[in-house]
Write a protein that binds this ligand. Structure first.
Ligand code: BEZ
Length: 211
């Protein structure tokens, strides 16, 4: 059965380009993004890993570690990272898991027979410090992911963990947010002293509270 939001992220030990890790220990008290790519030495994956390396400081700001995985070996990953730096202008600054025995990709249901072979699809798992899965995303091999969107959803989830708000369509950090409809008027007055705009009884918009 596939993993669902709120499930505990399965733990595992694996070889990576930065040595052997135990996944839960590696996450520690941080957030983590585990993302799979179909294969080393492929063009779209090369751009995705380069972009993730470029955005590393943005992930750091959100206290979020990143780790990649494919069914290739650590030796292959190590050979490929030079190509990524050369073509994308950024050195890979996060570990890549070698998963030649498919142990981790099976645990996370990253192998999709419909995609034609034993390579992993483009899955993303966002895991919180309690090791709970908070977001999943799966793209076909042909579509490179948007890593700004992954940062955006981390912002949303971290914000809404702390305040009784939800983020509207295309929200970006700093934009107005929505007060969750289950809040009473008294609770809303207490939690949002800056006030809000009532567009409908169920649609209350307020300034992002943590600015
Ligand atoms: C790529 O990363 O470019 C890629 C990998 C597998 C299938 C198609 C494209």
């Amino acid at each position: 059965m596939s993993l669902r939001l709120g499930d505990t992220a399965p733990d595992f030990s694996a070889e990576t380009t930065e040595g052997k890790i135990n996944f839960h220990e590696w996450i520690g008290d941080s957030w983590a993004v585990l993302f799979s790519h179909p294969a080393d030495f492929t063009p779209v994956c090369t751009t995705e890993l380069g972009e993730t390396a470029r955005l590393k400081s943005e992930f750091d700001k959100r206290d979020c570690k990143v780790i990649a995985i494919s069914v290739d070996s650590v030796t292959d990953h190590q050979a490929w990272v030079g190509d990524i730096e050369e073509t994308q202008g950024c050195a890979v600054n996060f570990p890549i898991i070698g998963d030649t025995d498919h142990k981790v990709s099976q645990l996370y249901d990253m192998l999709h027979p419909g995609e034609g072979d034993a390579s992993t699809v483009r899955s993303v798992f966002l895991i919180d410090p309690k090791k709970k899965i908070r977001m999943t995303l799966t793209y076909p091999k042909s579509a490179g992911r948007n890593f700004d969107e992954i940062l955006r959803v981390i912002d949303s989830i971290q914000l809404t963990d702390g305040y009784k708000v939800a983020t509207p369509v295309n929200w970006k950090n700093g934009d107005d947010v929505i007060i969750v409809p289950t809040l009473s008027d008294e609770e809303a007055e207490q939690q949002f002293p800056q006030g809000w705009k009532t567009l409908k009884p169920y649609l209350l918009v307020t300034r992002q509270p943590n600015l």
